[in-house]
Ligand binder design. Structure first.
Ligand code: GLY
Length: 375
């Protein structure tokens, strides 16, 4: 089943590549992708899918297309285009970093390191956090962190490993600790975002951006936490991060509907037509597969997490994937971007497609994701 799903994904990516050239898929309300420029937080996932396909097939056409896109990330960084946010990891890990890993291209490695410096520029020492959105001092967002940021930290951890400079890892580690302290709640659910007073650094309180309400658990945020804390453990071996990933995973699994694919928010009322977020389940499947890599063979929960990753993926493949639909551009249906604001509440999400393919490759080949695979 996994192999057939991967081959369908590769064929769709190949078709997208020949039809859409150097443009990037943007999220659309009309259950499709709109194709445009490299100017959002999501483009890295499409370039990353080209690299995933290259890694799977060895076909140079994927490499060529990914390399062409790669040069646009240098232009974007040098000209500071739409980079006033923390998603530098989401942009530069699946593009520049993957390029270096798969081709040994030193200029791509330099680009990934420059991107790490850019991310480091978002460190706010008064409150000890990486600011999620907007410029320093921003009235609304200057004191704000979000759980998604955990997924950007591997860029910093890796930068320390590569340069020997501790500052990247130190900051990533403190930010992960702050995320654990303030974003993860006692019942293993999570806030999407948390505010600090940006002048004094005093913690103020939790809130949401894309969730149902301030105290709810936004499904994708929980998914970023499952995967992100497991990654922080990979780089730091700090058992608190492993435990955090485990706790968030337990909550996620315990609150799934029968078909193992999450609704958009764990606290949203479930009625006919309540949107799912298939992307959250794809991310969580990757997170679970990452998490179990760090659990001892005899760990009581290892088989449980493995089985739930399998169930999620099986449901995605059988009921959400576009396998066999030759006109579809996306890989999994029923992702949601921002249900509350009506922005693509039921559509393809390019990160959903990316993590779906990554999870399939993990299941089929034991692939460990670009940023953790040994050189
Ligand atoms: N990182 C933004 C989102 O997950 O929608």
């Amino acid at each position: 089943m996994w192999k057939q799903a991967i081959e369908d994904a590769v064929a769709k990516t190949q078709r997208n590549m020949s039809v859409h050239g150097m443009t990037f898929p943007h999220i659309d309300n009309d259950q499709r992708y709109a194709w445009g420029e490299n100017n959002d937080w999501i483009e890295g996932f499409y370039t990353g899918m080209l690299w995933l396909c290259y890694r799977y097939t060895g076909d140079d056409a994927f490499k060529k297309a990914a390399m062409e896109q790669g040069s646009d990330y240098r232009r974007r960084l040098d000209n500071d285009i739409a980079l006033e946010h923390h998603d530098i990891g989401f942009l530069y890990m699946p593009s520049a970093f993957a390029q270096w890993r798969l081709t040994g291209d030193e200029s791509a490695k330099r680009l990934a390191l420059d991107a790490a410096d850019k991310l480091l520029g978002r460190w706010r020492p008064k409150g000890n956090y990486i600011q999620a959105w907007g410029p320093a001092g921003d009235e609304k967002n200057g004191g704000r962190i979000i759980i998604d940021c955990l997924m950007n930290l591997p860029l910093l951890y890796w930068a320390s490993e590569t340069t020997g400079e501790a500052k990247y890892k130190d900051i990533a580690c403190i930010h992960a600790e702050q995320s654990l302290r303030y974003l993860v709640r006692g019942d293993d659910s999570s806030y999407h975002t948390f505010y600090f007073d940006q002048e004094s650094g005093i913690p103020v309180g939790g809130g949401t951006h894309q969730g149902y309400h301030d105290g709810s658990t936004w499904t994708r945020g929980q998914a970023w936490g499952v995967y992100g804390f497991a990654l922080s453990y990979r780089y730091t071996r700090d058992p608190r991060f492993l435990e955090a990933s485990r706790r968030l995973a337990r909550y996620f699994i315990a609150h799934l509907p029968k078909d193992h694919v999450a609704y958009w928010d764990f606290d949203a009322p479930i009625e006919a037509g309540t949107p799912r977020d298939s992307s959250a389940s794809a991310i969580t499947a990757c997170g679970l597969l990452e998490l179990i890599e760090h659990l001892e063979e005899g760990d009581a929960e290892r088989a449980y997490f493995q089985e739930h990753a399998r169930r999620m993926m099986e449901s995605l493949v059988k009921h959400y994937a576009t396998i066999g639909d030759e006109t579809a551009e996306g890989l999994i249906r029923h992702g949601s971007y921002s249900v509350r604001t009506g922005n693509a509440p039921d559509s393809y999400m390019i990160w959903g497609d990316y993590y779906y393919l990554e999870a399939l490759m993990r299941m089929e080949q034991g692939f460990a994701g670009f940023w953790y695979e040994s050189e």
